[in-house]
Design a binder for this molecule. Structure first.
Ligand code: 8BR
Ligand code: ZN
Length: 351
């Protein structure tokens, strides 16, 4: 990935829309509008991200509230979608999935009326852009191979800084500037929230983020309020940061047939990185080792250390909304445990 410091990203030559271009009802042309929700990727003409995000903007009335010009929104979403790389996991489908998950989480009963329309716009936007132009390689890999992006961002949240920079770079062209009707002050406020949220998707921030969230909820309980009141910017953004983190780590809380597809994609991406590490003579990262037990072992550890504590805390805030989510997460972990036990016993039998 060649990169000149002043040049964040070469914007692709994606179709742009003008005021004269007819806007399809669902954002993308499809002869099967009813089926679009079910078979999103093929029916949307391989534009799942545009179709989902355009629908969410419509449903939440963000287009009218923020005077967003529909042709600019489509031009932005097309360019964003084309800026997600064709990697096995961190592709446009993941961007669309996290945006959709964010949309659903924002409707949880415990927080339904907590955030204003502006924060909702920032949260939906941050979710859809949060992994744009991801190369399918982890931060530690980019750092140890001294990639240009690691140099540019001084090894700090390398990918996340890049994702948010690309997202704002795409806004620079007039025809894609969906926020052109916001005042300079509103734009600054929006930008700060989006940057804070996208940077919070760096797994290196997980521990602090969750501990601060738990402290906040504890303090709120002690004040005797049974509904959440968030006054300061720090408190509000802390909940939003945890919200995007939950949306990002939501695939293992979904039914097994959906979850297993995501985890298989992630493993293909990890294995490719492992191959690159081997070819470069580097130590292979533990989750990138091509061994039959890597997937189960790693996911059990990941769920126990990161995903379950996060969702348990979220569940305490939106109780009882997250109960089904926590049950599905437990079932998916049991599926990995059973698979690992079967693999281990077959190895022992053969020895
Ligand atoms: P991003 O999607 O923003 O990269 O953050 C999630 C990170 O968590 C992934 O890049 C990956 O390194 C890690 N992860 C693991 Br390990 N298992 C995961 C899973 N089942 N789903 C999502 N992320 C996972
Ligand atoms: Zn992500």
């Amino acid at each position: 990935m060649r990169l000149i410091m002043a040049q964040i990203y070469n914007v692709p030559t994606t179709k742009t829309f003008s005021e004269e271009t007819p806007i399809p009802e669902l954002g993308v042309e499809t002869p099967q509008p009813e089926e679009l929700r079910v078979e999103l990727n093929p029916i949307s003409g391989e534009r799942p991200l545009t179709a989902i995000t355009y629908r969410i903007f419509q449903e939440r009335d963000l287009i009218r509230t923020f005077s967003i010009e529909p042709h600019k929104l489509l031009s932005y979403l097309f360019a964003l979608e084309d800026s997600y790389q064709q990697v096995p996991y961190h592709n446009k489908l993941h961007g669309a999935d996290v945006c959709q998950s964010m949309h659903v989480l924002l409707n949880s009963s415990g927080i339904k009326d907590v955030f204003n329309e502006f924060e909702i716009l920032a949260a939906i936007f941050a979710a859809v852009v949060h992994d744009v132009h991801h190369s399918g390689l982890t931060n530690p890999f980019l750092i140890k191979t001294k990639n240009d992006l690691a140099i540019l961002y001084n090894n700090e949240s390398v990918l996340e800084n890049h994702h948010v920079a690309v997202a704002f770079k795409l806004l620079q062209a007039d025809e894609r500037n969906i926020f052109s009707n916001l005042s300079a002050e509103q734009m600054e406020t929006l930008r700060k929230r989006v940057v804070d949220m996208v940077l919070a998707t760096d797994m290196a921030k997980h521990k602090t983020l969750l501990a601060d969230f738990q402290n906040l909820l504890e303090a709120k309980k002690m004040s005797g309020n049974d509904y959440l009141t968030l006054e300061s910017y720090d408190d509000r953004i802390l909940v939003l940061k945890n919200l995007i983190h939950c949306a990002d780590l939501s695939n293992m809380t979904k039914p097994l047939d959906t979850y297993s597809k995501w985890i298989d994609r992630l493993m293909v991406e990890f294995w490719k990185q492992g191959d690159a590490e081997r070819d470069l003579g580097l130590d292979i990262s533990p989750m990138c080792v091509r061994s039959p037990t890597t997937k189960d072992k790693h996911q059990i550890g990941f769920i126990n250390s990161f995903v379950h504590p996060l969702w348990e805390t979220w569940g305490s805030l939106v109780y009882p909304d997250a109960n089904t989510i926590l049950e599905t997460l437990a079932q998916n972990r049991e599926w990995h445990e059973a698979s690992l036990a079967a693999l281990t016993s077959s190895t022992t039998d053969n020895s």
